[in-house]
Design a binder for this molecule. Structure first.
Ligand SMILES: *Cc1c(COP(=O)(O)O)cnc(C)c1O
Length: 227
């Protein structure tokens, strides 16, 4: 049986062992899991939740609107769904095109604070993965986003290869960290957020400087369609 409190405890204990004095926060990835399970995790103290699908995000955000949840959108962005994301998310981790950023900016309700955003970088260099894959384009996209008043660029997001080689995974996380430093140097910015690390690889991500971990199955259990 699922023991959410125990899972959250284990995740937080293992993070605390590795992170030293760094600030590292968990986004509990709740896609496919019920509102009830999110409520249970909330009752254990979890406040940041991650969703991949705009419709599912809006349904859950409406149903749980009494709770003080910070919703993170971590799925691929489709132009025709940006309105729901702009309305219900506090953070978006997956900006890869200016066109999407512009729509989110224009659709962000004026009674809400600016949407906090991250640029997704393709650190695995896999063809089927989304994300910026060179520094030049990254600098350009960051500069373009900085002209949008309803968005606040905070840093970068990456997904490592689904590999069994910890050296390879760690090198990819370190590359994301290096990109952030280079971007800050070039643009004279002070972006400080690195969203990297999932259930299988988050200890490596912490070692490479992650500030936001996106953890699903280690908290909620394996995802199945029945969820
Ligand atoms: C589903 C998902 C996660 C969580 O994956 P787990 O392996 O269950 O921890 C993290 N990041 C992204 C982008 C996802 O789509």
């Amino acid at each position: 049986m699922l023991n959410l409190a125990q899972n959250l405890n284990q995740v937080n204990t293992s993070i605390n062992k590795i992170k030293h004095n760094a600030i590292v926060e968990v986004v509990a990835v709740s896609k496919t899991f019920s509102e009830q399970l999110i409520q249970n995790a909330y009752d254990c103290g979890q406040r940041k939740f991650g969703e991949n699908y705009p419709q599912e995000l809006s349904r859950k955000a409406l149903q749980l609107s009494d709770l003080n949840i910070e919703w993170h959108f971590i799925g691929n962005i489709q132009s025709n769904k940006t309105q729901l994301i702009a309305k219900y998310a506090s953070w978006v981790h997956t900006i890869t095109q200016f066109h999407h950023a512009k729509r989110l900016n224009d659709q962000r309700p004026t009674d809400l604070p600016p949407l906090q955003v991250l640029i997704e970088v393709n650190i695995s260099h896999e063809q089927n993965k989304l994300g910026i894959d060179n520094l030049h384009e990254l600098i350009q996209l960051a500069q373009e986003i900085s002209t949008l008043p309803r968005l606040k660029l905070r840093g970068l997001m990456g997904i490592a290869s689904n590999s069994h080689d910890p050296q390879q995974i760690k090198a990819q996380f370190q590359q994301l960290n290096t990109y952030l430093t280079q971007l800050n140097t070039y643009n004279s910015s002070q972006l400080d957020q690195l969203s990297m690390g999932m259930s299988q690889d988050y200890p490596l991500a912490i070692e490479a400087g992650a500030t936001l971990l996106r953890i699903g199955s280690h908290i909620f259990g394996a995802r199945t369609y029945e969820n």
